[in-house]
Ligand binder design. Structure first.
Ligand SMILES: Nc1ncnc2c1ncn2[C@@H]1O[C@H](COP(=O)(O)OP(=O)(O)O)[C@@H](O)[C@H]1O
Ligand SMILES: Cc1ncc(COP(=O)(O)OP(=O)(O)O)c(N)n1
Length: 275
């Protein structure tokens, strides 16, 4: 079985972070493992508090996994502090996994900072050069290159500038611009638009986490980078289309649309109440 490891923060609400990553891995048929960098007390409306995990425990989790189990791909999410960025980057340099998908998580939908300001330069200097693909949304890309992005032409120039920071490829997500959510993939040679259709829902908690984890899972299974991005875009689009209206804020995407449908049909056939 192919495997993927997420190095990210925990979301108690289950829609983003480690919880979303493991669900996305499983939905792609990949065995998921996790290294927790921070614990957030979070729901669909807000992040209430954050506890960073001790650096030695982060390091021990990474070593425990790599010393025993083959890791086909790594996905990186919330890193929280500059010291955490450094510990994770040093470990990845030591173990040299084949694929590193970096989601440069900075701010939650509710506006809570998930990466301390002082950690941004560490992320740029230490993590971006190690990444097979980096998947910023528009506000994250604007922070990385310190310039505003408003048009598709701006997106192309932003990809060039982000590629110059050292990752092998870039996927700049267009979901935060108005109009259809078209993402731009750049591999250093050519640009590919990964087109989407906007789904009108407030239940988009964890979209970025889910997309980057699906990319990692598909890389683990042997897809090329472009194929992995295309497959992940198809998956996140369905997950948003059938998203879950749970909680009072931004509900979660539906990581297991087909599985839940089948399970509920069985429940109905057994005369249980439908979910
Ligand atoms: N309302 C939407 N309908 C369809 N696709 C969307 C929508 N919002 C975001 N996406 C897509 O979901 C993926 C995650 O993007 P985004 O929401 O921008 O990430 P993040 O969670 O990091 O802010 C991208 O492929 C983006 O184009
Ligand atoms: C623990 C944790 N990690 C990452 C995020 C951000 O997730 P993202 O997929 O960007 O979704 P939104 O926060 O934009 O809904 C998070 N919230 N928590």
């Amino acid at each position: 079985m192919k495997t993927a490891l997420t190095i990210a923060g925990s979301d108690s609400g289950g829609g983003a972070g480690i919880q979303a990553d493991l669900k996305a891995f499983a939905a792609q048929g990949v065995y998921g493992m996790s290294v927790i960098t921070a614990v957030t007390a979070q729901n669909t409306m807000e992040v209430r508090s954050v506890q960073n995990i001790d650096l030695s425990i982060i390091n021990d989790q990474i070593e425990a996994v790599f010393d025993d189990i083959r890791v086909d791909a790594v996905k990186i999410g919330m890193l929280s502090s500059a010291k955490t960025v450094k510990v994770v980057a040093d470990s990845l340099e030591k173990y040299q996994p084949k694929f590193i998908v970096l989601d440069p998580v900075m701010v939650s939908k509710g506006g809570h900072h998930l990466l301390q300001g002082e950690a941004i330069s560490a992320l740029k200097e230490k993590m971006l050069p190690l990444s097979t693909i980096v998947t910023p949304n528009i506000p994250e890309a604007e922070v990385l290159i310190n310039r505003s992005i408003q048009t598709e032409e701006n997106m192309m120039n932003a990809c060039l500038a982000i590629k110059a920071l050292g990752p092998k490829t870039v996927l700049l997500k267009g979901g935060h611009l108005s109009g259809n959510p078209n993402d731009l993939f750049y591999d250093g040679v050519s640009f590919h638009w990964i087109k989407g259709e906007r789904i009108h829902t407030k239940n988009t908690h964890g979209t970025g986490c889910t997309l980057s984890s699906a990319i990692a899972a598909n890389l683990a299974k042997g897809a090329t980078l472009l194929e992995a991005v295309q497959l992940a875009k198809k998956y996140i689009t369905t997950a948003i289309k059938y998203s879950l209206n749970l909680g009072h804020g931004h509900g979660s995407t539906n990581h297991f649309y087909e599985l839940y449908e089948r399970a509920n049909l069985v429940l109905c056939q057994n005369n249980f109440e439908r979910m």
